[in-house]
Design a protein around this ligand. Structure first.
Ligand code: PLP
Length: 424
């Protein structure tokens, strides 16, 4: 790559960056009375300035129309989820009918497992990456118990080889083949939250299907970060949150993908509620659940309009920027971060990058394993106005996002990292 280790170079990259102005559409937190360098979009994305207006609109409707807001006006609440489907579908590479925005992530994961983890006979196991996000681990553990299995038997975790931090695709595929007839489900993160590794979702889906298993992904760290083609990859289901890279607010709403082959089949079992019922008959309040077609047929409760309004503001920005443009910038921005970290003289002895070096095998996040005084380094970075996050026992995750971060921020981060490391 043609990177240079200078502020002038970084500033020139920003001048040439067609997405640079999107920064102005966000609020930055203040540290020492200045905009922080915010590399924590992997945990909670920044607030789009437009979010307030979208919320205000709904508050206004509530104040002025009250219950009639469900049906009156141009954007009635009963169909509010439909306003989000297009933008969300473009982010994850799906048909509009395959996506619905509802609930929160782990709740949606459970709803999907109810439909798509259907153990039978000797086919009762779930394969997952070792060290998956705890909420996913707990969901799988309790789902297997719910079906009467011992989680230690029913859950197969795959770990990296001795001395390696990330999984090799060949090992994942081989493991799927080995466990073939026992596998009911392959359920993995699209990107592992700790290492930042992107899994080859297309190859994993294909391998899972070949042995007769279903395949789903938790895209919490992938949605809005890397290019996804859920429909074309033939993924069975996926879930994601909207408050990380999708900037839709703390505890924000969540997305669900259900492949159309299931969405068109009303016999697929699910835990239902009135909002997934055939919309034309919903208010007849009759017995007998008849699901809507597509992913909306998995809705349970009436839509949470305020979090959805925030998500709408955010999805609009993604549509304006375009996922492909964002990903292009992201590879370059994170590549610059990698180049600068490698160039910090004392860095090599102290920092080991556990995120894959191959840009195709990672998103925007780099995970730095810090070999001594990790917590101290983290605290110093934070005091210096850099917001990153810390994951026990000794990993600092640094995630410059293409929508609101700049090359200059990446450069300034490396300068401050350099200073902090010298003092450690
Ligand atoms: C962030 C994250 C969660 C959080 O779950 P919530 O239900 O939104 O609290 C779950 N799983 C993964 C993989 C995550 O990265």
């Amino acid at each position: 790559m043609d990177y240079q280790n200078s502020l002038a170079f970084a500033q020139e990259q920003d001048r040439q960056d067609p997405l640079h102005h999107f920064r102005e559409r966000f609020y930055f937190p203040q540290v020492n009375k200045q905009d922080a360098i915010y590399f924590c979009g992997n945990s909670l994305g920044l607030q789009p300035k437009s979010a307030q207006m979208y919320i205000d609109n709904e508050m206004y409707k509530w104040a002025n129309l009250a219950v009639e807001g469900h049906f009156k006006g141009e954007e009635p609440w009963v169909t509010y989820h439909e306003l989000l489907a297009g933008g969300a579908a473009r982010v994850v590479g799906a048909k509009e009918s395959e996506v619905v925005i509802m609930n929160q992530l782990t709740v949606n994961l459970h709803l999907m497992l109810v439909s798509f983890y259907r153990p039978q006979g000797k086919r009762f196991k779930i394969m997952v990456e070792g060290g998956a996000f705890p909420s996913d681990q707990y969901a799988l553990e309790t789902q297997t118990k719910f079906h009467g299995y011992n989680p230690d038997e029913a859950i197969i975790e795959i770990f990296p080889r001795e001395g390696e931090h990330t999984l090799r695709t060949e090992d994942i595929l081989q493991s799927i083949q080995e466990h073939g007839e026992e596998l009911a489900l392959v359920m993995m993160g699209g990107i592992n939250y700790y290492t930042g590794q992107v899994f080859d979702m297309e190859a994993i889906t294909k391998a899972g299907h070949e042995v007769g298993a279903l395949v789903g992904f938790d895209l919490a760290h992938a949605a809005g970060n890397v290019l996804l083609r859920l429909h074309d990859w033939d993924v069975d289901f996926a879930v994601w949150c909207t408050y990380k890279y999708l900037n839709s607010g703390p505890g924000g709403t969540s997305g669900v993908f259900v492949h159309e082959r299931f969405g068109k089949d009303p016999s697929v079992l699910r835990f239902a509620g009135w909002w997934g019922h055939n919309a034309k008959e919903r208010f007849l309040m009759e017995k007998g659940f008849k699901p809507m077609e597509g992913a909306p047929g998995w809705q349970v409760s009436n839509g949470q309009i305020l979090p959805m309004a925030v998500h709408r503001a955010s999805l609009e920005l993604f549509d304006q920027a375009g996922m492909e443009n964002l990903r292009q910038k992201s590879e370059r921005l994170t590549g610059y971060l990698e180049y600068l970290i490698d160039a910090v003289p004392v860095g090599k002895d102290v920092i080991e990058m556990i995120t894959p070096r191959d840009p195709q095998a990672r998103g925007c996040q780099l995970s730095l394993l810090v070999k001594r005084n990790a917590r101290q380094l983290f605290d110093k970075l934070m005091e210096s106005g850099i917001i990153v996050d810390y994951r026990e026992p000794n990993v600092i995750r640094v995630a410059p996002t293409p929508l609101y971060n700049s090359y200059e921020e990446v450069y300034r981060f490396s300068e401050i990292l350099h200073e902090c490391l010298e003092g450690c």
